[in-house]
Write a protein that binds this ligand. Structure first.
Ligand code: MN
Length: 312
């Protein structure tokens, strides 16, 4: 494990960088990678991003101008926000020399890791490292880091948000991040397909246990009728938890091939990871997932029974 100053020293000593984002890329990995890449360039280094084919429309503007050209040969590869080798981006087969991360579960797969598990986002770790390197931080770097920080803490609403998260955001605004435009783009703008689908979810969700358990079931037919694409599915599992009186929620999503994916969210009771373990899944006490091979109706009956059984 490297400290921030050890990481800064190591990064100042290298010259040609390739930066890796993770599989199913989110705002934190893309924003962190983009900012780190631009910061390294401002220090006179050569730096590019691995061409992660899964980056969606929302985050592509941060990444695309920095994608490595065909045949680029780096001296070092740095993974950012990559929690595990299973999270390597599609097509990547190497082993990164360095990793900057904030996932406490990171097993240290890279040569050296700077792990800041107390941070809500990897973006906050990158900000500290860039400052320790005395890298110039311009508006583009600040924008990318603000996107990273704000998306990983759900616009400063998730439980991982701390006073330090807000201080990092404040610092980024002072450094030129356009937080008003970014908040609008990242949190207040949705496709017609997404809004139509949300309407369907809200009007079809069902309550159990005197309204303390809420279940939303999303069928393939609903997706088609709503005109919703894969990129419209972000954070779908948070909708069912918004109903007043709800203590736990389940979001079921019908997948192609007869599978149903379940996302369970609770206040801690029942233990979501125990519920999902019954179906071969897992995760955290308050947020877990699992898959079942059955119809949506069967999945709902099974998971509701499992929830009631685990509920203290
Ligand atoms: Mn992250």
């Amino acid at each position: 494990m490297m400290t921030v100053s050890e990481a800064a020293k190591a990064f100042l000593a290298c010259d040609r960088y390739l930066i890796l984002t993770h599989r199913n890329p989110d705002g934190d990995t893309v924003g962190s990678a983009s900012a780190f890449c631009r910061g390294l360039r401002a220090l006179g280094k050569s730096a590019y991003l691995y061409r992660n084919p899964q980056i969606t429309k929302t985050y592509l503007p941060f990444a695309e101008p920095l994608f490595a050209p065909e045949g680029y040969v780096p001296d070092v590869t740095v993974a950012v926000d990559v929690a595990d080798v299973r999270m390597y981006p599609n097509g990547y087969t190497g082993r990164p020399e360095y990793c900057i991360d904030h996932h406490g579960s990171n097993p240290g797969f890279a040569g050296e890791t700077c792990l800041m598990a107390h941070k809500a986002s990897c973006g906050e770790a990158v900000l500290e490292i860039l400052k320790a390197m005395n890298a110039p931080i311009d508006g583009d770097v600040a924008d990318a880091l603000y996107a990273a920080v704000s998306t990983d803490c759900g616009a400063f609403q998730y439980r991982n948000t701390t006073a330090d998260t807000l201080r990092a955001a404040a610092e980024l605004i002072e450094l030129g991040a356009d937080h008003v435009a970014l908040n609008k783009k990242l949190f207040r703008t949705f496709s017609r397909g997404r809004l139509t689908l949300e309407g369907m979810v809200y009007t079809t969700m069902r309550q159990y246990r005197d309204g303390t358990l809420n279940v939303a079931a999303v069928s393939l037919k609903m997706l088609e009728e709503a005109g919703a694409a894969e990129e419209d599915m972000d954070d779908l599992a948070s909708l069912a938890g918004k109903l007043a009186g709800v203590e736990a929620s389940v979001t079921l999503r019908e997948m192609a091939g007869g599978m149903v994916k379940a996302s369970v969210r609770t206040n801690g009771n029942p233990d979501a990871s125990k519920v999902c373990a019954k179906f071969g899944g897992g995760g955290h006490v308050m947020a877990s997932g699992c898959s079942m091979e059955c119809t949506l109706e069967e999945a709902e009956a099974r998971i509701v029974a499992a929830m009631l059984e685990e509920w203290q």
